[in-house]
Each structure stands twice: as structure tokens, then as C-alpha cells.
Unconditional design. Structure first.
Length: 329
């Protein structure tokens, strides 16, 4: 009985071997043998192959040569809180992935990633801010609004023409009276922020009164425009440490200016443009109001800023650690 079973099994084995050497099954087996073994695209073995790849080594070498270290936020004796600035390096993994997917004759397109600083503005506590990081080639445009309605739309038109966004700081009592004009500023894509409610000298107010001035405008911005307030600009630049702490308690950072147009004195447009041209630097925050002087000089200001290789923009853009990325190459 056992011998009969063994014979049957042996016959079956011989049949399988015979089929494997002939016919469709045989052809399939022969083809499979001739194909190179597939290499897994993941796991330790794939990583070892990548590490040995001259292309990957070239990318790593380029990353080390081109890395720009981040700059920490600092508390300066003169300028108080200065924001940090992200570093920049090549994303080796993503660059390698894309390079492998491209044709071998194509040049490498490097993919970059930003490196955040170890110290940010938030780490510095309740401190006033007068300027952006000098390594970031941006300039913030601050327009404090408590009067001067007739010049607002002409200034908006110039900003549109130059494709530039600015930060408008609203006096709360002005906002209460001019919601439609405020909505027009918002419609044009500008940043809307807090300039207290009645344009007081903040340093002369009690803690309670100072808190009301800031919080009332903060609430109005939210209710009338849906704006989550970020920055507080003290009227006339008048403040004390109590002001800064109250603003911080409401989730706001106190921001002032680096360069003042002094447009309320009605200087000539030419003198304003010359002043900006001579003094503007990376990180400068420029203060102006909706006045005849600033309205007539705004385009000239923007153009001299751009001519110096600087990017005019909002306060948030200028004070952000986000890096201005150069074109990939």
C-alpha cells in the first residue's frame, strides 16, 4: 500500500517537472529566470543603495555647501524685540526622489526647506517691536487711520497698481463710523489691525482704561470685519511697559516703527521719497497716515524700496520668520 502511494507521488512529480520544461508554464518559468531580481524601494537595503548612489552623494554635498543657518530672535538694547529669520537648506530626500523620477539627462532641481530658529518672538515675552530682522529683505508699510478719508481710496489704488499689501491700523472710533470704507480696505486684501479706540496717550491711562482702549477695538475688528487681531500700534507711539503687557494679555504684540514719514507735517512728496530712499533698510517698518503727502509720495516710496532689492509688504509679512525663497536652481 505504501509502495503504491509512493509510486503515485513520484509520477505526479515527474509530470509537474515535465510540464515546467515545456508549454506555456515552461515559457513563463524561463522568462522569470531571465528577469533581474526586483529591488525594494524601501527598507534597509534600499537605503543602503541610496547612500551609495553618486547622485545622492552629490545632493548631500550641495546641501552642506549651501545651507544657511537660521537667525534667532533677540532682545536688542535699542530696538527691543527683533524677530528671528528662518534658515534654508536643500531637502535631500525630496530632491533625490524627484531627480530619480526625472530623465537622467535633466539637471537636478533642488527642493528647499526652511529651518526655524531656536528662539522666536514668542520666547522674548512682552516687549515692543520696532523693526524686522535685518537679514530679511522686506519692508513693512504701516498706515495708521483715524482721519483722512479722502486719501484712502487713492492710496489703495496705488497699492493695487504696485501689487503691494500694507497694514492699516484702525482707530476704533473711526472704524465704528466708517465700516464701509474699512470693508473696502479689507476687500483689497490688506491687513487690518488695532490702533486703540479714541487715539489716547496710552502711557497716561490707568490699567483698566488702557485695557478698554485696546480690547474695544479688538472686539470691533472681530464683530464688524471678522478679523482676528494680531498687532497693536500705540497712538502717537506713546506707551509704557504696562501698555505692552496689557496688549500681550489680549494676545497682541505691540509694534511701532523704524522710519516715520512725519506726513502730518505735510512735507513735499519729493522729500518723503528722498527720506525713504536714504534711510530704508531690510526690516524697516515705515509709518504713514492717509494724508495728501503720503498719498502723493506712496508710489515713489514703493518704487525706491523695490529698486533697493527690498520687498514692501505688511507688518505680519515683514516680522514673520518665513524666509523669502530664492528661485530653485
Amino acid at each position: 500500500m505504501n509502495g503504491r502511494k509512493g509510486a503515485v507521488l513520484l509520477a505526479c512529480f515527474a509530470t509537474v517537472v515535465g510540464i515546467g520544461q515545456t508549454g506555456v508554464v515552461g515559457e513563463y518559468i524561463q522568462e522569470a529566470r531571465q528577469q533581474p531580481a526586483a529591488v525594494s524601494t524601501w527598507g534597509p537595503k534600499a537605503n543602503d543603495l541610496k547612500q551609495q548612489d553618486p547622485l545622492y552623494k552629490q545632493i548631500l554635498e550641495k546641501r552642506e555647501q549651501s545651507r544657511i543657518q537660521p537667525v534667532d530672535a533677540v532682545l536688542d538694547r535699542v530696538w527691543k524685540a527683533i524677530p528671528g529669520y528662518n534658515g534654508l537648506e536643500i531637502d535631500a530626500e525630496e530632491t533625490y526622489k524627484q531627480a530619480k523620477a526625472a530623465r537622467s539627462s535633466s539637471p537636478i532641481t533642488y527642493v528647499y526647506r526652511q529651518i526655524p530658529p531656536k528662539v522666536s518672538l514668542e520666547d522674548l515675552g512682552a516687549e515692543p517691536i520696532y523693526r524686522g530682522n535685518p537679514n530679511k529683505p522686506m519692508v513693512g508699510l504701516m498706515i495708521n487711520v483715524a482721519w483722512g478719508n479722502e486719501f484712502i481710496v487713492p492710496m489703495l489704488d496705488i497699492l493695487d497698481e504696485e501689487k503691494v499689501k500694507a497694514t492699516f491700523f484702525f482707530d476704533g472710533s473711526w472704524l465704528k463710523k466708517n465700516p464701509e470704507l474699512a470693508k473696502e480696505i479689507q476687500k483689497r486684501g490688506h491687513e487690518l489691525e488695532n490702533h486703540a479706540y479714541t487715539h489716547p496717550n496710552m502711557s497716561q491711562l490707568s490699567e483698566y482704561r488702557a485695557s478698554i482702549e485696546i480690547s474695544k477695538t479688538q472686539k470691533l475688528l472681530k464683530e464688524s470685519l471678522g478679523v482676528e487681531n494680531t498687532w497693536f500700534a500705540p497712538p502717537s507711539g506713546d506707551f509704557n511697559q504696562q501698555t505692552v503687557k496689557i496688549a500681550a494679555g489680549l494676545g497682541l504684540k505691540t509694534v511701532l516703527w523704524t522710519l516715520d514719514t512725519v506726513d502730518w507735517r505735510n512735507p513735499s512728496p519729493e522729500s518723503v521719497v528722498n527720506k525713504i530712499s536714504n534711510k530704508v533698510q531690510a526690516g524697516t517698518l515705515i509709518l504713514m497716515h492717509p494724508t495728501s503727502s503720503s498719498s502723493k509720495s506712496l508710489q515713489g516710496m514703493i518704487r525706491v524700496i523695490k529698486k533697493k532689492g527690498l520687498v514692501p509688504g505688511t507688518v505680519s509679512q515683514t516680522l514673520s520668520p518665513e524666509r523669502i525663497i530664492p528661485p530653485t536652481s
